[in-house]
Ligand binder design. Structure first.
Ligand code: NI
Ligand code: MN
Length: 226
């Protein structure tokens, strides 16, 4: 699987000849000013929740690429009304797509659109196929529900976990999240985008290393193969 980081919680995963784009927040992100949203292709857009820092570019990309948008029921109602092809899900449910299986799992957070309208309950996604299995946690606190992932999904190859604190768990709790989800390779997201979530990245990497885990922090626009 090819993983590309577009800043904040926005990650593209290329697998099975499809591109999955999670939580596109690029054009308003000053740290991602060198990324041209028009250059990004998405066969599928997966939204963890309705907050602007996760959905800002979703509509434009979906309209341009004809992407299928996957999220909770309320978020897909919002985008479906704009003529976007959607697939609604809710917590604990999984479904099969061209790229493999996606399961919508619990997150502890909130979810509302920028105008205050209801964005359903926030979640994360576990995605798997014969190339691997990964977890995008979305915005969440550390939660015991993460222990359900290894009980109900294939073994994780990597996870995308928020580490920025303040609005989500910080890196100390993310180390425990990785233990709960039984994953050793973690890509940090949702940090350093703006003042509330600036962190000591060296300390974050050390905290993971001290627990025998790897924290990967990608530059915005950087890709790796996992
Ligand atoms: Ni949020
Ligand atoms: Mn957020």
């Amino acid at each position: 699987m090819k993983v590309t980081y577009y800043g904040h919680a926005c990650i593209a995963i290329e697998t099975k000849e499809k591109t999955l784009l999670f939580d596109p927040f690029i054009s308003p992100n000053e740290k991602a000013a060198h990324i041209n949203v028009e250059d990004i292709h998405a066969d599928y857009i997966l939204l963890t929740h309705a907050h602007l820092d996760h959905v800002a570019d979703a509509e434009a990309i979906a309209q341009r690429c004809g992407s299928k948008l996957i999220s909770n029921y309320e978020v897909t109602n919002h985008y479906g009304a704009k003529g976007i092809d959607v697939h609604p899900m809710n917590h604990g449910g999984k479904a099969s797509f061209e790229f493999g299986v996606a399961k919508y799992v619990n997150a502890i957070h909130t979810s509302s659109f920028q105008d205050g309208s209801y964005g359903g309950q926030p979640g994360g996604f576990v995605v798997w196929n014969d190339e691997g299995c990964f977890y995008h946690a979305g915005d969440t606190a550390l939660t015991m529900d993460m222990k359900l992932i290894p009980m109900t999904c294939p073994k994780l190859d990597f996870a995308l976990l928020p580490i920025g604190d303040n609005f989500t768990m910080g890196y100390e709790d993310a180390v425990l999240a990785a233990e709960f989800a039984q994953v050793n390779k973690v890509i940090g997201i949702h940090y350093d985008t703006f003042g509330y979530i600036e962190i000591d990245t060296a300390a974050a990497k050390k905290a993971f290393a001290d627990s025998g885990k790897e924290l990967i922090l990608l530059s915005i626009g950087e890709s790796i193969n996992i």
